[in-house]
Design a protein around this ligand. Structure first.
Ligand code: BGC
Length: 271
């Protein structure tokens, strides 16, 4: 028996350090249907406070004409942490109270079926399927450079979640994100050429751990890729800037939720 087609639309919510962004995702095109909604991240960003904001965003999106039907609604939620089976296991850049949070339980009163995944995994999935990695064979690794460093490994379109290669040791520093993130570049007032050179060495290091065919550089900093990517040379893999930039997390979250929802139905039907 083969898997049924995905519904046309899903909802993606990207939980970041400063803003929580949501949108209706067109799953055929890998783009947003209509404008995205953004609400500042509550402080402290506890699971309950964030769940309240997710509820507000869903209410707004579901009031739209192009909203997915409630009976097939899949909602994907990203968090900047390791997530296994909808349980958050770490919290390097969010409130500590997320550790051990089971998000299906946390979000159970919200409409739709919710699925949670790592933020970089969501962005990487969207880039690999619809963005810079579309139609590329082999292993595509997206590296998001922001407050932290996130990584996503996608092999022939399939996500291998929670790679977390921003947390490895690099040139004597643990975690690597302490010197490689976009926030570190600003904090250390690093010129672009120096940052490009650092990134080249970091990607070279990643290649030793996980050889890939393509690196995609994501995060807000990818808008400035012409300032640093020219210095990222001599790698085996091709290095490209992300294409979906701001919306990659939302699109990937929606796609992940729709696929997980379909998989759950399929497994139930097999029992
Ligand atoms: C977290 C990752 C996350 C990345 C980007 C890191 O500090 O460990 O889970 O993907 O930041 O937000």
């Amino acid at each position: 028996m083969s898997l049924p087609e995905l519904p046309k639309r899903a909802i993606g919510i990207d939980v970041g350090g400063t803003g929580i962004k949501g949108g209706i995702v067109n799953l055929r095109k890998g783009s947003l249907s209509g404008k995205r909604v953004r609400i500042p991240t509550p402080k402290p960003a506890t699971p309950q406070a964030v769940a309240g904001v997710i509820g507000e965003i869903l209410t707004e999106l579901l009031s739209r004409e192009k909203a997915p039907a409630l009976d097939e609604l899949a909602v994907g939620v990203t968090v900047p942490a390791i997530v296994i089976s909808n349980e958050v296991l770490t919290a390097p850049n969010i409130d500590d109270s997320w550790i051990g949070c089971r998000t299906t339980e946390l979000l159970k009163d919200l409409p739709g079926r919710t699925f949670t995944l790592n933020d970089a995994d969501a962005a990487g999935l969207a880039e690999a399927r619809f963005g810079a990695g579309a139609h590329r064979d082999g292993t595509v690794m997206t590296v998001t450079l922001g407050t932290g460093v996130g990584t996503a490994i996608i092999h022939d379109g399939v996500l291998v979640p929670n790679s977390e290669l921003g947390h490895i040791e690099f040139e004597g520093t643990v975690p690597a994100e302490r010197i490689v993130s976009a926030a570190a570049r600003e904090r250390l007032e690093m010129p672009w050429d120096e940052y490009g050179e650092l990134l080249r060495r970091y990607l070279k290091h990643l290649e030793r751990i996980q050889p890939v065919s393509t690196f995609i550089i994501g995060g807000g900093i990818s808008k400035r890729s012409e300032d640093f990517l020219p210095f990222v040379t001599g790698l085996r893999a091709e290095v490209m800037p992300a294409q979906l930039t701001n919306n990659a997390g939302i699109v990937g979250a929606g796609l992940y939720a729709a696929e997980q929802s379909r998989l759950a139905d399929f497994r139930n039907s097999e029992q």
